[in-house]
Design a protein around this ligand. Structure first.
Ligand code: NAP
Length: 289
């Protein structure tokens, strides 16, 4: 057990709930590996307590923290600096202290992109299909825009939310062409998809037999398509298993989780590199327990 002293520097994550967050597992593994006098702590913070929590963190010298549901949007007006990327996404997941106050960015985009960047593709010829219109879908859209995807097709079950989602990108500085679609249009959309990303919770534990796209529809994907599920419990999901059966390349959500965390840790520790393998192994070990 690590010795905590008055000199131990504090990192953490705020959320409501936050009890099930896996971030402490990977961050504390990296901290131990680097033999640093830091600790990463989960802090349950109710939405009404967000400003108080930030003031308290400042008072006790917290170095930085992650923000998860429901704070990713609400924290923005409480920060002194917000990166242009986080402004485009409309969400902050990583916060750190500067001499003038709290600064925030969004490392989910970097986390999402990390496993894609090692796959050779002509991204400007790729149509990306994004299932869902929630917070994670926003990071995915920003990532697809950074890749230079030809078009981003947003598929949602609530057409008002889909329209609002698409409209919210109209003023984005990111070069992005987004088109709204509904679930019933998947048979026409999937044959054009170069990248299909599940940003819904469908298939997440304990509903592990569910898939956002049926086995029949997945067969419509081109064989060179990449199928990406942001879910990491289970790993792989039913969706990815179906995609593997038709021979597409698949990516699970674990790498995004690890890489968004690694990007945050680099900011807090002001290091060029952090032990990503240690973080990934700690998570895998934890999930296998
Ligand atoms: P969210 O903000 O709640 O959004 C969920 C989206 O899924 C909404 O558009 C919702 O539609 C849609 N949806 C929910 N149930 C559905 C269903 N049965 N059929 C069709 N659409 C459905 O959640 P989020 O934060 O974006 O997270 C989405 C998923 O990504 C979660 O599984 C989360 O664990 C995962 N995630 C993973 C990482 C990672 O690092 N790997 C990071 C972030 C999120 P309505 O608005 O109509 O309800």
């Amino acid at each position: 057990m690590k010795e905590i002293t008055g000199k131990t520097r504090i990192l953490g994550i705020i959320g409501d709930p936050v009890e099930h967050s896996l971030s402490p597992v990977m961050h504390n593994a990296a901290i131990a590996h680097l033999n640093l006098d830091y600790i990463y702590v989960p802090f349950p913070v109710k939405p009404t307590d967000l400003a108080t929590a930030l003031a308290g963190f400042e008072a006790v010298g917290v170095v930085g923290f992650n923000a998860t549901i429901p704070h990713k949007q609400a924290i923005i007006p409480l920060l002194q600096e917000v990166s242009p990327l986080a402004r485009s996404v409309g969400a902050v997941n990583t916060v750190w202290r500067t001499p003038t106050g709290w600064a925030g960015t969004n490392t989910d985009v970097e986390g999402f992109l990390a496993p894609l960047l090692s796959i050779p593709r002509q991204w400007h010829q790729i149509k990306a299909v994004v299932l869902g219109t929630g917070g994670a879908a926003r990071a995915v859209v920003a990532g697809c825009a950074q890749l230079g995807c030809q078009e981003i097709i947003i598929v949602g079950r609530n057409q008002e939310k889909v329209a609002a989602f698409v409209a919210s990108w109209a003023l984005s500085p990111l070069p992005v062409t987004i088109t709204p679609h509904n679930w019933e249009e998947l048979p026409q959309i999937l044959p054009q998809a170069g990248l299909l990303v599940n940003c819904t919770p469908v298939g997440m534990h304990p509903h592990i037999d569910a898939s956002p796209v049926s086995a029949d529809l997945i067969q419509l994907l081109p064989p060179e398509a990449i199928v990406y599920d942001l879910i990491y419990t289970p790993c792989p999901t039913q969706f990815l298993q179906l995609a593997q059966e038709v021979g597409t390349t698949t990516i699970d959500g674990l790498e995004m989780l690890v890489c968004q965390g690694a990007a945050g840790l680099k900011i807090w520790l002001q290091r060029e590199t952090v032990p990503v393998t240690v973080m990934r192994d700690a998570l895998i070990q934890h999930l296998m327990r």
